[in-house]
Design a protein around this ligand. Sequence first.
Ligand code: ZN
Length: 207
Amino acid sequence: MRYLILSDIHSNWEALQAVLAKAQDQYDQILNCGDLVGYGPDPNAVVEFCRDHSAAVIRGNHDKASIGLENLDWFNPVARTSAIWTNSALTEASKDYLRTLPQGPLPVDGCHIVHGSPVDEDEYLLSASDVETAASDLSTGLAFFGHTHLQAAFLVHRNGVMQLRWPNIELEPDSAYMINPGSVGQPRDGDPRAAYAIYEPEERLVT
Ligand code: ZN
């Protein structure tokens, strides 16, 4: 089984199509680390695709916000405006689906998917020291996360946490990993390309 790992699509249908075209033939199932909606113009198309074509999906903070499960006072003005607009644009069927999304961490085939961190779905893991605190709770050797919109991989070892270089990570059996595939719909790393990762459990490889 090979997994396409997606996160932070943010209602960007064109970016999702670009990822699916590029990753074609490289995966069997899709895992999604949340923030299907918010910011972009096509929330219903993205929600319907994720509902119909994913093996596992968890909620992100923008998914909660768009269906009224989040206090918008904590959102910056742009995010708040987009949450209000997204709420008005979502169909009842899309809202019903977003309400069913579980909070991470969610276990799937030897890994966990989380939105922010294993201990707090809204926490931003930006650095090795952020991961060091959050990963003490890492109950399997591998977690995929999103929320920061920054592609990143961290090796969690008894000696500390180290940020790894992409693009290929061979998973060592005696170490834990926290990997962010980057954002499909709204990259914040200065690289405008839609980001994703491929996870191959049998090969113990993340690309
Ligand atoms: Zn996001």
